[in-house]
Write a protein that binds this ligand. Structure first.
Ligand SMILES: Cc1ncc(COP(=O)(O)O)c(C=O)c1O
Length: 386
């Protein structure tokens, strides 16, 4: 009765089963995988957020396939504050970055066409591409005192079916930014081979050091789709508001925008109250980002303090984003280790293979965890290896 694309293995994996049992038993839990900012103790200006949703303009229906102008102007201002000019005509609003991906895949790919994604990266893509009949091909990132794109392997991965290269900027969970020289090489490769760049910039504002963090939004070297949204930028995933900026050589850009408008017009998925509130939600990002950056930096510094003076557990270099990767002894499968940490210490972590890291030797931790819990969890985790 069902399409083959939905033949997923839906049984929970061993770690989720153990986690569900642990939660059901009401045993203490230190969750080092938190990714929902609304549950991490940040102070949101509730009044201002709720007030923004009470705009009387929301009583009118104004269908606009790209999204209401006032919201797109707010997105253009977000880029203007980064000294980048984006026209509101180049912006389309969507309910999530995932939806923005789906529009772009629909625009670029026939069934079976390929999209190149970095490995390691975050796991949402697997389902998204199944639903959209697109094939994912992974290109490796290399780790050498920091992450970089393996351009030789990337070029080898391009086939006649390849339509786009995804750059997650900064990537989740490696936390590395695409450097200006890498952007140049991506432009060169994409324009030579007729490919588009899809830049996922949901974590762009969360730089943890001085590495340059230029956006792809004004990139003109190849057809470029830049994706971002309020879920990370303003810490408001529940508001379901994101966007997609189209840029690149004039003709390709104009054609892409025309076609994307038809895709967006078919769904008109944005609702009025949220679009009208987007300027206020974007404005409030400064306050959220200040708190978030302070937390990320404090947790990272605490990780360095706790991991100093021993060699069995270390962290990889991270430049931005909300996560950190730990290198641990590879003598046990990451899954076994994560289950053991949960059962014996009540600590929840993700094994690296969830993100296409090797199956042994890597754990991924969220830096969102409130500071005292992060410190308690990590020092208990570290003691496993001493
Ligand atoms: C790199 C990256 N892009 C996109 C998303 C999804 O964002 P959205 O909530 O806008 O769909 C996530 C979610 O964690 C992410 O890590």
């Amino acid at each position: 009765m069902f399409a083959k694309r939905t033949n997923w293995n839906l049984s929970p994996n061993r770690l989720s089963q153990v986690l569900a049992a642990h939660r059901a038993s009401a045993k203490p839990l230190i969750d080092l995988t938190l990714s929902n900012p609304t549950e991490c103790g940040f102070a949101y200006d509730s009044e201002a957020i709720l007030d923004a949703l009470r705009n009387p303009e929301a009583l009118k229906y104004e269908p606009n396939s790209k999204g209401l102008e006032c919201a797109r102007r707010a997105v253009a201002r977000y880029y203007a504050e980064k000294q980048v000019t984006v026209s509101i005509e180049e912006i389309l609003l969507t309910t999530s970055t995932s939806e923005a991906y789906s529009y772009v895949f629909r625009l670029l790919c026939d069934p079976g066409d390929e999209v190149l994604i970095p490995a390691p990266s975050y796991p949402l893509f697997d389902f998204l591409v199944d639903i959209l009949d697109v094939k994912l091909v992974r290109y490796p990132l290399l780790y050498d005192h920091g992450w970089l794109i393996d351009f030789h392997a990337l070029e080898q991965s391009v086939t006649s079916r390849t339509r786009a290269i995804i750059a997650v900027h900064p990537n989740n969970p490696t936390g590395h930014f695409t450097k200006p020289a890498e952007m140049g090489k991506l432009n060169d490769l994409c324009s030579r081979r007729g490919l588009a760049i899809i830049a996922d910039e949901v974590f762009l504002d969360f730089s943890l050091n001085d590495v340059a963090t230029a956006t792809f939004a004004a990139n003109s070297g190849a057809l470029t789709f830049t994706l971002s949204g309020l879920s990370k930028i303003s810490g408001l995933p529940q508001m379901k508001a994101a966007w997609l900026v189209v840029n690149g050589p004039q003709r390709a850009k104009a054609q892409a925008l025309e076609r994307l408008e038809v895709i967006a017009d078919t769904f008109l998925s944005m609702n009025a109250p949220i679009q009208l509130a987007m300027p206020a939600f974007l404005e409030r990002r400064h306050n959220f980002q200040e708190q978030m950056l302070a937390r990320l930096q404090r947790n990272l510094a605490e990780a360095d303090r706790l991991l100093a003076g021993q060699r069995l557990c270390s962290r990889l270099v991270v430049e931005g984003g909300w996560y950190v990767i730990l290198r641990v002894p590879a003598t046990r499968a990451g899954d076994d280790l994560a289950v053991e940490l949960l059962e014996s210490k009540g600590i929840s972590v993700h094994p690296g293979h969830f993100y296409d890291l090797p199956p042994n030797g890597y754990l991924v931790l969220s830096l969102l965890t409130p500071e005292s819990r992060f410190s308690e969890g990590l020092s208990s985790l570290r003691s496993t290896f001493s």
